[in-house]
Design a protein around this ligand. Structure first.
Ligand code: B16
Ligand code: MG
Length: 218
């Protein structure tokens, strides 16, 4: 029986993946190369510094910057990203998410966040989502990035729930792999073919219910 649902943030509950992409693409443009949306897929669920390496590699600049310069580039990207985030409101929570979270609460299911982002708290507050969570694990609490399972296993541990009773909702291949490594089932959100390894897939949370989840995963 599923007693805990663990949610990735970017790309699952809110559409901040497009802000991450725009901020990286702006940085790449300033450095003199283009970073396409397809190339941006590889940064989903990946930590900030690992994402920077992916972007620099696309531009053939992986060995060009010192560690200090890379820290500066990452900080500039984050400032751009936060500028986009500052426009967010509770209306930016993706369709069907609030209804599904309320359905979980009604069924006594625990709700956790498992995000690689150091900005997760800011986003939860802007979108009035923080109070929904029984446990919040984000990039300020864990340093090992997905596909390391810690971002999900830590949430289950905080709530005292066995991994086999947890389901992870993810939009990134690295996150599905992290869930599998944590011994948890997973739901791939968004229909990307990179999510084929998830236990089940949904396009959006619209009309999705705890009953429907349990019919496929139990
Ligand atoms: P930050 P998630 C991840 O969040 C994003 O998918 C990924 O693109 C980003 O690089 C990472 O957070 C770190 O974010 O720079 O805000 O600390 O999908 O795990 O919720
Ligand atoms: Mg994500």
């Amino acid at each position: 029986m599923i007693t805990c649902c663990i949610f990735d943030l970017d790309g699952v509950l809110v559409d901040t993946a497009r802000f991450h992409y725009r901020a990286w693409a702006d940085m790449a443009h300033d450095l003199g190369f283009e970073f396409t949306p397809e190339q941006g897929e590889a940064t989903k669920g990946v930590s900030r510094m690992a994402s920077l390496d992916i972007v620099l590699c696309v531009g053939g600049m992986e060995n060009r910057f010192s560690p200090e310069e890379k820290e500066r580039l990452a900080a500039e990207k984050n400032a751009r990203y936060l500028n986009y985030v500052s426009t967010m409101t509770p209306d930016d929570v993706l369709p069907g998410v609030r209804a599904f979270l309320a359905d979980l609460k009604r069924n006594g299911v625990k709700i956790a966040l498992g995000s690689a982002s150091k900005n997760a708290g800011t986003i939860l507050d802007r979108c009035a989502l923080r109070d929904v969570f029984d446990a919040i694990v984000d990039g300020t609490l864990v340093s090992r990035a997905k596909p390391d399972p810690v971002v999900f296993s830590k949430g289950a541990e905080l709530l005292g729930i066995a991994p086999e009773r947890c389901v992870v909702f993810e939009d990134a291949a690295a996150g599905i792999e992290a869930a599998t490594r944590a011994g948890m089932r997973s739901v791939g959100v968004g229909g990307d073919k990179l999510l084929a390894r998830a236990t089940m897939a949904i396009m959006t949370f619209e009309n999705f219910t705890y009953d429907a989840l349990c019919k496929t995963i139990d």
